[in-house]
Design a protein around this ligand. Sequence first.
Ligand SMILES: [Zn+2]
Ligand SMILES: [Zn+2]
Length: 590
Amino acid sequence: MTVKQLEKEEALTVKKQKKVSFSKDFILKIIPLGGLEEVGRNLTAFELVKRNGEEEIIILDVGLGYPDSENMMGVDYIIPNVEYLENKKDKIIGILITHGHYDHIGAIPYLIEKLGNPPIYTTPLTKGLILKRQEDFPNSPKLEINEIKKDDFKPFKLGSFNIEYFHVNHNIPDSVGFFIKTPVGNIMHTGDFKINFTPFFDKPADLSRIVNLAQEGIDLLMIDYTNSPEPGHTISERKILENLEDIFKKAKGRIIASTFASLLERIQQLIYLAGLYGRKVVIDGHTMRINVEVAKRLGYLKYEKGIFIRPEDSFKLPPHKVLIICTGSQAEEGSALMRIAHKEHKFFKIINNDSVIFSSSIIPGNERIIQMLKDTLAKQGAKIIHYQMMDIHASGHACSDDIRLFINLTRPKYIMPVHGHYFMMKAVEDIAINLGVAKERIIIASNGQIVKMFGDRVELTNERVPANLVYVDGLGLGNVGDLVLRDRKALAEEGMFVAVVVIDTQTGELKNSPDIISRGFVFLKESKDLLNEARKIIRNIVAKNTKYLGDEIPIIDEEQIKYHIREDLSNFLFRKTKRRPVVLPVVIKV
Ligand SMILES: [Zn+2]
Ligand SMILES: [Zn+2]
């Protein structure tokens, strides 16, 4: 045996010995960077720290969130702040993705490079959706995605982590939860889930496998609690299908069904009913078409051959033979339903006897625009049908009975609710306490707060890493800073005030009286005094910031002039009007 081999052998023995007393030699940090106290931006890091300082990190889900439209002008997405991970990107050895919803995959194009582009592990449909979306980001690096198959549960290793997974029901096919075995302890993460014993288009959640895994002992159960305040079991698919079928039975004209593009379960139900009631299907809306195309290609949609038709071909059929499935249930700007309502759609406008289904609950903040959309459609002759029952959350996430069942089946030592708002976490706490789980074994964390697992304990620490919102413009042009956001808000609410100053470089004097243009602020004609005063201030600023070399050659400090116009005018306008428009100084030197 060579010395090298001996060393290797020794190293292995040391490794083995270490494993025996592992819990003292490792600490596992669980760091939620998003997804708590909100619905969206799901991203959790699991950082294994060895006593010798070595680290290994895996990540679960890389999602985006949607801004609350009132406060975030023109921002399309919010994503997690991954500053903490960026500094350790060479330690990241893999990303696990639970399912294909954007609150779990949507931030990949924005963050994957910052995370060092590690390999991704997920199911085939989720992989298809990630890759399809990636086409919109040609400059993003090529992804390495490893498929894990739902019916062939092969455990795999990522460094010191041993990963297993199990099938759960959700409102998109191919959803899984993960069982992560670490040298410190075992963690089960449910992903978004519900338990459905009689799903129509999917297999029931794999309870026997979940129980089998639980036999190995679960130290920490991270459980989706989005819907936990709802009593009882999740409304079954069949119930929703019955309700939808009722509409199909009664509708005399076309059916226009709006829903979320990601709600493949609902889309499947609609396509199934179309087949049953002899309707052809038009899929409308960019993301909706993408999702349906990927699901079709990978065999995740069941449909009759020839059922899909192009929009223009729908006019060759009698209206009662047509189903249009489209986006716009939240009255999203530019969505198919909005374009139909505002007569901007290339093919469709409302015709008599159209039934328009809103098949998802209203996201808080959208009430008013959805109401307006419904009115606009109704005025044009559409019949509006809105079922709260078809709520995206009510149908996609576990209710309190499901959570009770899950906790009973898995008997975890510690429970950490994930995915949703604070009041929902408290609901999980109540459920768990009622089942006999001690209060101190329920971990209620917030974004950025480090949870530590070591020895046989799980502890919520006061250590924090940055976890603020990061804003993204949908164009993918980069992140929007707080400042830009403030400007946009001011522009929208307070208007704009442009001061155009033309300075003669020969004399250093103003060419003529400063020009003032304002939008959405004051009617200029009615505020002559205000404007005159503003002009005076500008003149003074220019005079103060122009020095003369040898009494003749003017040196114009353009930056100072701009700065003072912005600041001084802004303060002046606020004093006079109690409003703060965006002040834009334009200095032209001639
Ligand atoms: Zn989901
Ligand atoms: Zn989710």
